[in-house]
Design a binder for this molecule. Sequence first.
Ligand SMILES: *Cc1c(COP(=O)(O)O)cnc(C)c1O
Length: 338
Amino acid sequence: MENIDWSSLSFNYHKTNVNARYTYTDGKWSDMELTDDEYIKMHMSASCLHYGIELFEGLKAFRGVDGKVRLFRVEENAKRLQSSAERLCLPVPTVEMVVNACIEVVKRNLDFVPPYGTGASLYLRPVMFGTTAGLGVKPAKDALLIVYCSPVGAYFKEGIKPILVAIDREQDRAAPRGTGDVKVGGNYAASLMSGEKGHRLGYSNVMYLDAAEHKYIEECGAANFFGIKEGKYITPKSPSVLPSITNKSLRQLAADMGLEVEERHIPVEELSTFTECGACGTAAVISPIGKIFDMDTNAIYEYGNEVGEYSMKLYNALQDIQYGRAEDKYGWCTVVAE
Ligand SMILES: *Cc1c(COP(=O)(O)O)cnc(C)c1O
């Protein structure tokens, strides 16, 4: 086993020992297969390549202050994977199949779970796609579900720091009755151009508005959005927002802190009334937002260069559970190794 410099890891693929696979063919799932092979052999006419019949998940395992390795809310990821599979007319694996594969992959790659205190973690990437060879547009009859993992570095290498965000109306990531609420590859392909435009202009994330009217906030890059004001945690409600498990957890923690939680439409102009706002997801937990620039109206919304009080409290509260520093009173963690 090579020596990994945990502090130099970024969010990139790094080879580990083992990945887990299930194959669906002839109407049934195979048993879980473990392999060190990083490649797959697939027909050039496979349905995932032509018609985007592909979905994925992302979750993390953490080495805690007590040395235990915890997977965070793995059943939630399994359920979301099921909803993505259903939406793409793919065979739907059981929650147990997905959870077992995740646990097995962590157990067999324990050397790749970064030590406590490095801020690094083991990222798990379940990915599933249709493999049936053919030409016509129709659901896949065969599928492959793979769970692999990769150690990833701390998201904020120099401590949690506010990000710059740009609002773009030129391209939408997802339509109201499209696939925005499931984690499928097509959404990310659709988001690349506006993301690149934002990066060229110096913004780390692009904020997407509702595709029908471009009036309401939807998502912030590949993360959910929340705003804080008047003792409230407010987050968009929309059929094209991906239900973030981090956001779901933060809503619970916000309520526990005495904040009122609102899930509703958030008009763009309301940005001027928030005292703090942020993007949330597995990668960073919370990316506090320092400034939002509206590329069409030139409006600027500023929240300062310091992390807001509630964003910091919520960030710490969630990480305390992930790292075993606080009681896991909702049973969010699965201890995979003692
Ligand atoms: C994955 C993802 C999120 C974050 O979800 P988590 O479960 O919190 O990681 C938010 N928005 C989009 C578009 C995503 O793909």
